[in-house]
Ligand binder design. Structure first.
Ligand code: GSH
Length: 203
């Protein structure tokens, strides 16, 4: 069985949500999201950078939430929640998966670092402000892409929406985006109605 090392409000939410959508049994091990725990040798064995999440499947131990999503879909997905590899739709699917973490979550993560994660004396307000502006510019791209479709892919809900959903949840919690992004707001409301989102967001 998959074990997901989870801290509420973190990217482990993506992995829990995905497993719920696929109906996969998982064990959730909740870990403290403290600097001390994340620096501990026990945690660094699973996640060498100290970041959350980590995941175990038998002898396999992984860090990086997007890689976990890929692995789970490859091994247990049976073709669900993503397009046929190599297809046009798959290229767009991968584009949004990467965008959600590599492009959008980066400035949102900087906002988190400089408003919540770092010790108060290590926070730089100007970095947080600049990161908010960068995040907003990227969110506008997502908003526009959703003008004609309910999900990132016109074909329907995929794991790219799970990747994006967490980035949006983090952005919402940090007040990075607001109601003027109307397509984005409607999309996020749509994602929130999914039972997998609700389970993962409250785990
Ligand atoms: N790209 C990594 C990012 C992991 C990450 O930044 N995790 C956050 C929580 S969601 C974290 O552990 N932050 C603590 C820190 O950066 O010190 C992934 O997708 O797993």
């Amino acid at each position: 069985m998959l074990t997901i090392y989870h801290a509420p409000g973190t990217r482990s939410m993506r992995v829990i949500w995905l497993c719920h959508e696929l109906g996969l049994p998982i064990e959730i091990e909740t870990i403290p999201f403290t600097a001390d725990f994340r620096a501990s040798p026990e945690w660094r064995q699973k996640s060498p950078t100290g970041k959350v999440p980590a995941m175990q499947d038998g002898a396999l131990v992984m860090f990086e939430s997007g890689a976990m999503v890929d692995y789970i879909l490859d091994r247990y997905g049976e073709g669900r929640l993503r397009p046929q590899p190599g297809s046009h739709a798959d290229a767009i699917y991968r584009q949004w998966c990467w965008f959600a973490e590599a492009t959008l979550a980066r400035p949102i993560g900087d906002v988190a670092q400089h408003t919540r994660v770092r010790a108060p004396e290590d926070r730089i307000p100007a970095v947080a402000d600049d990161a908010r502006q960068r995040a907003l510019a990227f969110l506008q791209v997502v908003d526009q892409s959703l003008a004609q479709t309910d999900y990132l892919l016109p074909e329907g809900f995929t794991a790219a929406d799970i990747m994006m959903g967490y980035s949006l949840m983090l952005g919402e919690r940090l007040g990075v985006w607001d109601a003027h992004l109307t397509h984005l707001v409607a999309y996020y409301e749509r994602l929130k109605t999914r039972p997998g989102f609700q389970v993962a967001a409250t785990a």
